[in-house]
Design a protein around this ligand. Structure first.
Ligand SMILES: [Zn+2]
Length: 136
């Protein structure tokens, strides 16, 4: 596989985006507070690989932890992407919810590898317990 341009959206379609990524690289799941509660499975890209196609005013920003913005659609509540700047993790990024991509072949998503991170304990380079991984 190679990097391809995908489109994605929230449930109602008021938030729409385009992203260039290689699904063969998969995405990450994490046990931090928001990732666990939203069952986040996302792939991070550099900001220039992400284009918001809709009006930024269609989303409400959520920036509670002061690290990653998680805007959510003000109509349907789905949050198709987040963004932030973490120098230790390579600087500015956009994190796209793989479940919010449109028109992706199910087999491609099913084959995309999952990486797990113990974000809850700020131990990003290790995985959560097997029991917690099974739930995430
Ligand atoms: Zn929406």
């Amino acid at each position: 596989m190679a990097r391809q341009t995908h489109t994605g959206s929230c449930h109602c379609g008021n938030v729409r985006f385009e992203v260039d990524l290689d699904l063969a690289n998969g995405g990450g799941k994490c046990n931090c507070g928001i990732c666990r509660k939203t069952r986040n499975w996302s792939a991070s890209v550099k900001p220039d690989a992400f284009r918001l196609l809709s009006d930024p005013a269609a989303s409400i920003d959520y920036f509670r932890n002061g690290v990653v913005h998680w805007p959510f659609c003000s109509t349907c509540g789905v949050r198709p992407y987040g963004h932030g700047d973490i120098p230790e993790a390579g600087g500015p990024f956009v994190s796209v919810q793989l479940a919010c991509l449109d028109n992706v072949d199910d087999a491609l998503l099913a084959a995309a590898p999952v990486r797990y991170a113990n974000g809850r304990d700020n131990d990003w380079w290790h995985e959560p317990s097997a029991a917690e991984k099974a739930f995430l």
